[in-house]
Design a protein around this ligand. Structure first.
Ligand code: GDD
Ligand code: MG
Length: 363
């Protein structure tokens, strides 16, 4: 269900380096990585638009110049987009404060803030209405995860008020975590110091709670994923292709696989489990590709096996190679007989030579 609000403004945080996603993020910032056939952010933009967001300010830093060519003025999404760049990264709070210079909202208006690496099925309109009804300073979307140590741990009281914000604590007090989508009352953003490195998670939220401001939790159990690691990135793309999370930006019907223009998939290949096949990519006869992201112009030779992996732009997985839970960088070549498993990452342009299969009698 979508419930829209009139003319909501948003800030999208997209300045992080995406370190955990290297080598994919060496040339492309995380929010622009092709995910289910389109730049990751296209899914977030289309979804925000469906809830009544009309204007979004991008808070950019790492590879800042790549965002405007990708999204322009936003008219293709029915949005108006602005780009604000930090000379040096200012952290999440400093980035929000810097981007706020481009907002048109008044001091008491709600402003939506989105981490730029989240897929979420939650009702943004309901989150904003809850914020307004409770006259909160900030309302945080919360979700539950199995391992809260990698996130912001957010306990609440019976009324839904946030009682503490514990960023990446080794001793989480609840599985409920910060899901990376906030509603701020505009004046609260303006109280963040300007041109300084500030973390909303480590400074702003704990400070607001300490000083008795109403910081509210908006908890739900809809689809939620941070795509910040290779395994999560692959899962996000797969879930979008399979339709587990609906996205207005999906460039085709949901199904077992999605193939972009010019892709050539042999009728004798098995391509399923939500695999996205990039433009002009080739999958040969007898190859099996399951739950993976094949970027543009890559080649999966006949008989190769690729599962839960990313194969970079122009890369090649040769006949008889196995790529499972791995990342193959752009233009890299995985020679015949190689087996990549357990999160292995091959850097761009690396060529792994043919590996002769050894039999026990050889040893
Ligand atoms: N402009 C700008 N400048 N953006 C930044 C900066 C910066 O200095 N630092 C980080 N960002 C952006 C990233 O691009 C990303 O979209 C967002 O801020 C969050 O950064 P991540 O690096 O992805 O943080 P995280 O995933 O470890 O933790 C955050 O998200 C979790 C939910 O996924 C925190 O907000 C946690 O509390 C939260 O649980
Ligand atoms: Mg993240």
């Amino acid at each position: 269900m979508t419930s829209s609000l009139p003319d909501l403004e948003a800030i999208l945080l997209v300045g992080g380096q995406g370190t955990r996603l290297r080598p994919l993020t060496l040339g492309t910032p995380k929010p622009l990585l092709p995910t289910a056939g389109v730049p990751f952010l296209a899914h977030q933009l289309a979804r925000a638009r469906s809830f009544g967001v009309r204007r979004i300010v991008f808070a950019t830093s790492y590879k800042a110049a790549m965002f405007e060519p990708a999204f322009g003025d936003g008219s293709a999404f029915g949005l108006s987009l602005e780009y604000m760049t930090e000379e040096t990264p200012l952290g999440t709070g400093g980035a929000i404060r810097n981007a706020a210079e481009a907002l048109t909202s008044g001091p008491s208006d709600p402003v939506l803030i989105l981490n730029g690496d989240i897929l979420s099925g939650h009702d943004i309109g309901d989150q904003v209405r809850t914020h307004l009804a409770r006259q909160a300073a900030v309302t945080l979307h919360l979700t539950e995860v199995d391992d809260p140590t990698r996130f912001g741990c957010v306990p609440t009281d019976a009324s839904g008020r946030v009682t503490a914000f514990l960023e990446k604590t080794p001793n989480p007090v609840t599985n409920r975590i910060n899901a990376g989508c906030y509603v701020f009352t505009r004046s609260v953003i303006d109280s963040i110091p300007r041109d300084e490195v500030v973390s909303v998670e480590r400074e702003t939220f704990p400070g607001l709670i300490e000083s008795g401001e109403v910081v509210l939790g908006y908890a739900d159990r809809t689809y939620w994923l941070d795509v910040g690691t290779p395994a999560a990135f692959v899962r996000g793309s797969r879930d979008l292709v399979l339709g587990r999370l609906g996205s207005p930006a999906l460039p085709g019907p949901a199904g077992e696989h999605l193939a972009l223009d010019g892709a050539r998939v042999s009728p004798e290949a098995k391509v399923q489990g939500g695999t996205a096949v990039g433009a002009r990519a080739v999958v040969g006869a007898g190859a099996s590709v399951v739950g993976s992201v094949l970027l543009d112009d890559c080649v999966i030779e006949p008989g190769a096996l690729v599962t839960d992996s990313v194969v970079g732009t122009g890369a090649r997985v040769c006949a008889g190679a196995v790529v499972h839970d791995a990342v193959v960088g752009d233009r890299a070549v995985v020679g015949p007989g190689n087996e990549l498993r357990h999160g292995v990452r091959v850097w761009p342009d690396v060529a792994l030579p043919e590996r002769a299969v050894r039999y026990s009698s050889d040893v």
